[in-house]
Design a protein around this ligand. Structure first.
Ligand code: FAD
Ligand code: ZN
Length: 470
């Protein structure tokens, strides 16, 4: 592109010269977190306000260019990096990073889309309140990306996913208009829910520029425990017992298979590893309104009963905040350990909790039969029925070669069983580029027609993140 390129000139007018990048090393924006998708942007544009985002969208429309919105670039489905054509404008939202307001009486916070999730959590904590969305990428993912993907994470069991934590949105439409829907209302039945249309739309229907989010009182106390189970069915039974005893106090319930923790031990040997021999390890978190001693006593009673009923073999309760953090660190290190191990075939699936144990038994067996020696990194938010059922090449085989040769056949096995069990092929990561064709194959024709009608209505020229989802 030359300096006289009219699109670039229009973008520079919209956001100022220094915020339009082309040429040089743009890999921070062009390469995804998994290092699976590398695109080429016509330019990376970094607006600093909603008005500038709108001006960028209008400039792209005027010059027939398409746009890929991007937040923290931690997405796992190839939805936030440009394609290889060199024609797409990468719209980075990270300079929209102000907390606009915090209303303690209304329990709401309004943040711009590029605010890093951790900064939003901190702003809530500074006001002695809680913003509960929490995921391992929270130090770099953004609120805009969280809402665009309807992120889940580790607290969904109690607080719901990003959608349930959002009351209002500000969005720049495909026409470059600003829709101000930043209400902090918990009830508003004035017609179609535009907010929920944009949440989870992965940048294909509009650009999220700000959001009004729900806050909660901070729990008086928290306790964390690890429990060792012999089978996944026992983990599911433990979940039932924990829900019956702890009710809304149960704020986290994560399950990890043995191999996923072995990978963590291999790549992060300094991390402590309690319960090393367990076939399945469950991480439980309890939040209590009463106090630390009560929280601990409730946990001890629960785990004592679970032991008596034969659901668990052993358990540890964290003695301090530092110990509790190190247990969570273990769980959150699994995706990082996997990335160290090499490319893998990821499945972010949702199932009815009642179907999970059967699903895993059936799918493990089918994969072991079709790909002898295959290694299964199986972990996830069991409390929500969400597994990260990831398939790693047999020991000693090239991860890249296995991915290229086997991904299609592996996906067919996994997703056929997901379908038979009444599950979903994307629980929390979204569709992006990775699952677009799978979605077309597996979603009903009626659902696909309705989705295409929405896309055509909101983005008639197909300029917003084309080729993603649909
Ligand atoms: P990006 O990766 O930049 O973008 C993601 C998608 O949203 C793209 O399609 C992009 O076009 C679109 N988008 C981004 N910003 C906007 C905007 N302002 N307006 C419109 N569209 C936009 N996800 C979970 O749900 N739960 C987890 O537990 C979880 N754990 C993770 C752990 C690790 C280690 C990593 C690397 C990722 C994890 N993820 C998880 C996935 C990822 O962090 C989430 O999808 C996150 O919400 C993406 O936010 P982001 O700002 O990085 O978005
Ligand atoms: Zn997850």
């Amino acid at each position: 592109m030359t300096a006289t390129d009219p699109l670039l000139a229009a973008l520079r007018t919209a956001v100022g010269d220094p915020q339009v990048l082309c040429g040089g090393d743009l890999s921070a924006w062009e390469l995804d977190w998994r290092r699976r998708w590398r695109g080429r942007a016509r330019a990376v544009v970094r607006p600093g306000s909603t008005a500038e985002v709108a001006a960028v969208v209008r400039a792209c429309a005027a010059h027939g260019a398409s746009l890929v919105p991007q937040g923290g670039n931690t997405g796992l489905v190839g939805g936030g990096v440009p394609d290889a054509s060199g024609t797409q404008v990468l719209l980075s939202l990270t300079r929209l990073n102000r907390i606009r307001a915090l209303d303690a009486a209304n329990l709401t916070l309004t943040a711009e889309a590029g605010c890093v999730l951790q900064a939003v959590q901190q702003a809530a904590a500074d006001a002695a309140l809680l913003f509960p969305l929490s995921l391992a990428a929270e130090g770099s993912c953004t609120i805009g990306g969280n809402l665009a993907t309807n992120a889940g994470g580790t607290q969904v069991l109690r607080f719901g996913n990003a959608r349930e934590l959002c009351l209002g949105l500000e969005v720049v439409t495909a026409a470059g208009e600003v829709w101000d829907g930043l209400s902090g209302l918990r009830k508003d039945n004035t017609g179609y829910d535009l907010r929920d249309l944009f949440i989870g739309s992965e940048g294909t229907l509009g650009i999220i520029t700000a959001a009004t989010l729900k806050l909660y009182p901070r729990p008086a106390a928290q306790a964390t425990a690890l429990a060792a189970c012999g089978t996944l069915a026992q983990c599911v039974a433990l979940l039932g017992l924990a829900q019956a005893r702890l009710h809304a106090g149960l704020t986290g319930f994560e399950a990890m298979n043995q191999f996923s923790l072995e990978l963590v031990a291999r790549h992060f040997p300094a991390l402590p590893r309690p319960l090393p021999g367990a076939a399945w390890t469950v991480l439980l978190e309890l939040s209590d309104a009463d106090g630390q001693a009560q929280a601990r006593a409730r946990f001890e009673a629960l785990l004592g009963d679970a032991l008596e009923q034969g659901l668990i073999g052993d358990a540890v309760i964290a003695e301090s905040l530092a110990q509790s953090k190190s247990l969570w660190h273990l769980r959150e290190s699994i995706p990082l350990a996997q990335a160290e191990e090499g490319l893998n075939i990821k499945h972010d699936i949702a199932l009815p909790v009642s179907a999970i144990a059967g699903f895993v038994e059936r799918t493990d067996a089918a994969l072991a039969h079709a790909f002898p020696g295959v290694r299964l990194v199986n972990f996830g938010h069991l409390g929500d029925g969400n597994l990260h059922y990831n398939v790693q090449a047999p020991e000693g085989q090239s991860a890249q070669e296995f991915l290229e040769r086997c991904e299609h056949a592996v996906n067919a096995i996994v997703y056929d069983v997901v379908g038979a069990c009444g599950g979903s092929i994307s629980a929390e990561h979204g569709v992006g580029a990775l699952k677009r064709d799978e979605l077309a194959r597996r979603k009903s024709p009626v659902a696909l027609r309705l989705m295409r009608a929405l896309k055509a209505a909101l983005d008639p020229d197909g300029r917003l993140n084309p080729g993603r989802i649909l």
